[in-house]
Ligand binder design. Structure first.
Ligand code: PRE
Length: 367
């Protein structure tokens, strides 16, 4: 039918226009993909790596700064992550290790950061993510480092000390925990199986609603969901994605004690296979240091940062397990070592520390 009201086009007309825009978009996306392929050829000749987190961050930042809407800026990042993921996959496959099985928050974090055009390498533990990435069976690993309710993920921080891997990116995820079960009832539950972090993040809800039910720690939330799918007496705590993956009912949604519960993940890789990302303009540098156990030592350690005007966004301590009340300090600085003030602060800091290890430098999470 003809468009009788040109200023108020009907559904059919609007859909026809959307179809036409989609075809233009597809043609432009293919043009973009061909350019990425050409970049891939260049990189192959130069022997350089394909994944450039700083470039991807700049692409997204640049688009957000010129976006006139009505598309929201918060939707620009995930759309372009997917586009770049598909373009990257045309250059080379990206193998990503994370704490599996399917349906974990680590898997969601991996997909959020790299997009869905990746080769998934699910691992049984955080240790295995580090081992798999160190051994080269995965190009990158995704590990949880910090939760807004529960604090640091100690195992990941400890492994940063003892493995050669370094951080090339970060991503954070809103973590919504759900109670999952085969039976659609809270009655007759023998145990709630989940990762210790998830059990802790739902401590209040479990105490109020299932005070006498055993809390059984397992290697991952998805493993808890898998166990619940095999035994009707068990419940799991996991994502909605895990519920559909394992055919379970969400018998209580959003049971985490903190409604704003977030987990931060680090993206790690082997320095021999991937260079440190170049400066993107909005970068973070992570390091771990220790100082001798004497009065004022921690204060002295922070002086170079203050003197060179370098901001610190995170300061975390972990016992060094020497039995001497010694600590490792995990520090996040704002900036990139290519910036003179950051380079100067790091040089002085290295001089006053008994132990100093650069854990990585990477673009700040853009969302
Ligand atoms: O610019 C590059 O280096 C590319 O390879 C292209 C591209 C992209 O699709 O924009 C893809 C992968 C890289 O991680 C960064 C960007």
């Amino acid at each position: 039918m003809a468009d009788e009201h040109p200023t108020h086009p009907d559904l059919q007309t609007l859909r026809a226009r959307i179809d036409s825009v989609d075809r233009d978009l597809l043609s432009l996306l293919n043009h973009r993909a061909a350019l990425a392929q050409a970049v891939g050829e260049l990189k192959k000749k130069e022997g350089s790596v394909v994944f450039r987190p700083e470039r991807e961050a700049q692409v997204i930042d640049g688009l957000k700064s010129v976006n006139l809407g009505p598309l929201k800026n918060e939707n620009v990042a995930p759309i372009w992550r997917e586009i770049m993921s598909a373009c990257r996959a045309l250059e080379t496959p990206t193998r990503v290790a994370y704490l599996g099985p399917a349906g974990t928050f680590s898997e969601l974090a991996a997909l959020g950061f790299f997009g869905s055009s990746i080769v998934k390498v699910p691992c049984a533990s955080i240790d295995e993510v580090f081992r798999t990435t160190s051994a080269g069976a995965a190009d990158f690993g995704v590990v949880p480092v910090e939760n807004s309710t529960e604090g640091v993920v100690a195992r990941s921080l400890d492994l940063f000390l003892t493995t050669p891997l370094f951080i090339i990116g970060e991503t954070s995820l809103f973590v919504r925990h759900n109670l999952l079960r085969r039976e659609n009832t809270l009655d007759d539950i023998e145990a709630v199986c989940a990762h210790p972090q998830a059990l802790a993040q739902c401590h209040m809800w479990l105490s109020n609603h299932l005070p006498n039910v055993e809390r059984r720690p397992v290697s991952s939330n998805a493993e808890g969901a898998r166990l619940a799918s095999e035994n009707p007496k068990l419940a799991g705590i996991a994502s909605e994605r895990a519920a559909s993956e394992y055919g379970l009912h969400v018998i209580a949604p959003a049971i985490q004690d903190d409604p704003h519960n977030r987990t931060r993940f680090a993206i790690v890789t082997h320095p021999e296979r991937h260079p440190q990302p170049q400066a993107s303009g909005h970068d973070c540098t992570s390091l771990v240091v220790s100082v001798v156990n004497r009065p004022g030592a921690v204060h002295d350690m922070l002086v170079p940062l203050k003197q060179h005007g370098v901001s610190m966004s995170r300061f975390e301590s972990r016992p060094a397990r020497s039995g001497q009340w010694e600590y490792y300090f995990y520090i996040d600085l704002q900036g990139h070592p290519d910036e003179p003030k950051v380079a100067a602060a790091l040089k002085e800091l290295r001089g006053v520390c008994a132990y100093f290890k650069l854990l990585g430098t990477y673009p700040i999470d853009v969302h």
